[in-house]
Design a protein around this ligand. Sequence first.
Ligand SMILES: C[S@@+](CC[C@H](N)C(=O)[O-])C[C@H]1O[C@@H](n2cnc3c(N)ncnc32)[C@H](O)[C@@H]1O
Length: 311
Amino acid sequence: MWVSWREATRRALYEDGGFYREERPSAHFRTSVHASPLFAEAIARLLARVDVALGHPPRLDFVDMGAGDGLLAAGVLAAFGGTRLRVVAVDLAPRPDGLPSAIEWAEEPPEEITGLIVANEWLDNVPLDVVEQADDGPRLVLVDPETGAETLGPPLTDPADLAWLAAWWPLPRTGSRAEIGRPRDEAWSQLLVRLTRGTCVAIDYAHTAADRPELGTLTGYRNGHAVAPVPDGTRDITAHVALDACARGEGLLTTQREALRDLGVTGARPPLGLASSDPRGYLRALARASAEAELIDPGGLGGFGWLQQVR
Ligand SMILES: C[S@@+](CC[C@H](N)C(=O)[O-])C[C@H]1O[C@@H](n2cnc3c(N)ncnc32)[C@H](O)[C@@H]1O
């Protein structure tokens, strides 16, 4: 009955009947994509920058990695348009109804990508192992998938895991926990090798060496609420991403606030004078400012990490 967190999460999310085989993320939680269409518009502006940097290639790719319901892919297609653009939404879940036919739906990213890849809240769903520091060193935490009860398992012996812990998440004292992000690092580098030229962006709940949480971040989500992380297939199981480990010292690691502000999402309110000269326009601009403010709120979506790597 006891299994590692990595195996329990893999089964709970991705096996037949698993959470992501059956459910669309938007029914359970709200990402930046669902918060506002302004997010997709900002990503389309980033795509335009990448297009310029690549010298307007004959085919420009936009790949939405871990696309969920494909809303980001659809938003970027609508905002960017044109005949050179190939939009591919990648997810293990089946193609959602109603997605524009111009969007390709695939279980794997294309082999060769020239353009922009965006993985919004994908890496936090890549299953990982949890370890706890015992008196004799780090031990694997095992979980009962039906109840979520935990027990300490065998000592961690995999040299690659031990090296990852030592480099990225040393455990300071007995009882401290870490989430071994090695499967995320590997998932990220396997995505990057498919980028022939362009930019690859991971956007996620993140921490870095300076602020690792002492007891880890495993959480469940169901019907819009954070719930206990029981890996029974009825809920999302997520853990924040050690984005600095994915980056390995390369690329640009910032917050969503900084990245979106650079793309023109400022949350600036319209001038008060507009309220009398154009009351409707003022209200529209006010609504836009408030949607922008949510996307860059440092205590919310704006605090997400953005890792951008360029080839
Ligand atoms: C939290 S959802 C994010 C959805 C969407 N990007 C958004 O922002 O609304 C994570 C998605 O990643 C997908 N996913 C996880 N691992 C995957 C993999 N190896 N290949 C493709 N999709 C994957 C899941 O099926 C799920 O739809």
